[in-house]
Design a protein around this ligand. Structure first.
Ligand SMILES: NC(=O)c1ccc[n+]([C@@H]2O[C@H](COP(=O)([O-])OP(=O)(O)OC[C@H]3O[C@@H](n4cnc5c(N)ncnc54)[C@H](O)[C@@H]3O)[C@@H](O)[C@H]2O)c1
Length: 339
């Protein structure tokens, strides 16, 4: 079994999910941790018994490192992906893959030239409930999909933004609620319905207007490629991180994800199909539980010289929707989404 040496760039809030997901992989060693903040990164590197770097470009010169995880602010993603791929590494990047859709072309070009693969972390596609929704829809028993409604109400305090000042700034986060939190929900909606053809949306800032330059709330109407309609509402102004409510209304029944449990509701039966509730200790529950699965599948793709499902094309879909909602909100127009 080949030993794979890994480096993580960014020792902030999400990096622990990556460290925990790497631990059970028998042929993977965490070889380096990188963070510009030495006071934060060095003690963690000591704890993980790995090398510490302040500059990721120095780390990339270590030829023994095969894989790089990017867990940094959004504005850093594109340059880090390009540099790591150019150095011959495989890259697993946290969402969003870039700051905006215009960065996608550069990343696509780099991926085409690269020997390594690029995977992007949309772990919620691997939640048991998400996989079961896809299975139920593919089975066809519920008939034609008519609409999806999704309601995401989380809580972000002023301290969340002041603690990591890149958050809440358009230049470094690229937006706020949509690009950081609700992008997962938009990704799931478009994945369940096979893509979005047009949308009209609006973003607004109320409770957090003094804290973030971006929006704290958003809503949109989506038209999906399969003819169904999507209704989307999200806000960071709730007082708790409520589990996602997502409901798919079909001709012969409804799939309802509520409180991390998936129900199939038809005129004759109300049946629980799957649950995301079992904690695996690797992530906050409302983020989803599936970093472990996503990272395991990424390393499997490396081992088998195969593809990782959420590549640059898949990762671009939700980022394009986020950007389209921002644009639609400015113009108050419907926008067509190129497929
Ligand atoms: N998949 C999920 O559910 C999920 C959840 C939370 C965060 N995220 C994503 O993870 C990424 C990081 O978010 P976070 O909340 O952990 O941020 P954070 O602010 O807590 O951590 C970011 C870290 O990166 C470091 N950093 C910044 N620039 C750097 C550079 N040039 N080189 C090395 N280190 C650098 C910072 O010092 C900080 O320690 C973002 O893309 C975010 O959207 C994903």
């Amino acid at each position: 079994m080949t030993i794979i040496n890994t480096a993580i760039i960014g020792a902030g809030a999400i990096h622990g999910c990556h460290v925990n997901a790497l631990r059970p992989l028998p042929n993977v060693t965490l070889r380096a941790l990188v963070d510009t903040d030495i006071a934060k990164g060095q003690p963690l590197a000591n704890e993980y018994q790995c090398h510490f770097y302040q500059d990721y470009r120095e780390m990339l010169q270590d030829k023994a490192i095969n894989v790089v995880h990017i867990c940094t602010p959004h504005f850093e993603h594109k340059n880090m992906i390009l540099a790591a791929l150019a150095a011959g590494k495989h890259v697993f990047c946290e969402k969003p893959v870039g700051l905006n859709a215009s960065e996608i072309a550069d990343i696509c070009h780099a991926v085409e030239q690269a020997s390594g693969i690029l995977g992007v972390c949309y772990q919620n596609r691997l939640n048991p409930t998400s996989l079961r929704i896809r299975q139920e829809l593919a089975g066809g028993g519920l008939g034609k999909m008519l609409s999806i409604r999704a309601v995401l109400t989380w809580s972000r305090s002023g301290a969340y933004y002041t603690h990591s000042p890149w958050r809440g700034r358009l230049a470094t986060e690229g937006g706020s609620l949509l690009i950081n939190q609700a992008i997962h929900t938009l990704d799931l909606m478009q994945w369940f319905a096979g893509g979005v053809t047009r949308l009209k949306g609006v973003v607004e800032s109320g409770e957090l207007a003094d804290v973030t330059e971006g929006e704290d709330s958003a809503m949109a109407t989506l038209h999906f490629a399969n003819g169904a309609r999507g209704l989307f509402y999200a806000s960071n102004c709730h007082t708790t991180d409520a589990p996602l409510l997502l409901e798919i209304h079909c001709e012969h029944g409804t799939l309802r994800l509520n409180d991390n449990r998936l129900w199939r509701i038809t005129p004759d039966a109300h049946r629980e199909l799957a649950s995301d509730a079992a904690p695996d200790g690797t992530s906050k529950r409302y983020w989803g539980q599936s970093h472990q699965q996503a990272i395991r599948q990424f390393y499997q793709a490396i081992d088998e010289r195969g593809d990782y499902a959420i590549d640059i094309v898949e990762a671009s879909r939700s980022l394009r929707l986020v950007e389209a909602i921002y644009r639609s909100s400015q113009t108050r127009q419907w926008l067509t989404i190129p497929h």
